[in-house]
Design a protein around this ligand. Structure first.
Ligand SMILES: Nc1ncnc2c1ncn2[C@@H]1O[C@@H]2COP(=O)(O)O[C@H]2[C@H]1O
Length: 226
């Protein structure tokens, strides 16, 4: 089966011509993970890049006491696991399938060969890593300077931007998130997420539809948390 069409949708590989995409496609191995299954743990040896065909993957950190934060939720067309292939260190985070996930793996040597011979792929990877550094800086800023309410609002607005769609009432956040998952994404307690979600529902700025959060007045929400 050719995965060239999926590869062409991924920013890191979009510069590749048809022939390259077909060659890379023949190097990919499909792997399937059940809902809740761990794809890798922080500290594991990294041997492959992962590309998501279907399903959702959480990039997470957890403490020895069982506390967790979610750094990112990834879905179709997202790639992860590039860091350890580049610096030879171990996996920097855990990765877990939030729902049944159909993934493709590209082995380290094959990935590096593309980076060495296709400068456009390296540039796109650098752009990807620049975004990652910016997001991490934003997380540091948020945890140092923002209160729980502002952190929640910032995460909701970012999810709406990266994984949202326009619905009839407002911006719908596509992944269905529990309050605990939202709390992990914001780095605040579940109680505080619950308190502020209820406040924004009362104020008419957000609602819930079929388990999804809908931002009814995203601009007002943004102003409120400034
Ligand atoms: N802060 C972050 N935000 C989003 N993704 C990350 C972050 N840190 C690490 N990752 C991804 O998670 C992967 C974990 O394995 P690697 O360290 O090989 O590569 C990492 C990146 O692809």
């Amino acid at each position: 089966m050719s995965y060239a069409q999926l590869l062409a949708e991924i920013p890191m590989f979009e510069s590749l011509g048809r022939e390259d995409l077909e060659t890379m496609s023949s190097l990919l191995q499909p792997r399937r993970f059940a809902r809740g299954e761990v794809i890798f743990h922080r500290g594991d040896v990294g041997t492959a890049l992962f590309i998501i065909r279907r399903g959702q993957v959480a990039i997470r950190l957890s403490s020895s006491e069982g506390r967790e934060i979610t750094l990112a939720l990834l879905d179709r067309g997202d790639a992860f696991g590039e860091l350890s292939l580049l610096d030879g260190e171990s996996r920097s985070t855990d990765a877990m399938a939030r729902e049944e996930a159909h993934l493709l793996t590209l082995q380290r040597d094959d990935f590096r060969r593309y980076l060495e011979t296709r400068p456009q792929v390296s540039l796109a990877l650098l752009a990807n890593m620049s975004r990652l550094v910016r997001r991490t800086t934003q997380l540091v800023y948020d945890s140092a300077f923002l209160d729980a309410r502002s952190r929640l609002v910032r995460v909701l607005l970012e999810l709406a931007k990266t994984q949202g769609r326009q619905g009839p009432e407002g911006l719908v956040i596509t992944p269905k998130l529990t309050q605990s998952e939202l709390a992990n994404l914001c780095g605040v307690t579940r109680e505080s997420v619950n308190k502020w979600l209820r406040y924004y529902v009362r104020e008419g700025m957000l609602s819930f539809e079929g388990g999804q959060i809908v931002l009814l007045q995203p601009e007002r929400l943004g102003q409120d948390a400034e």
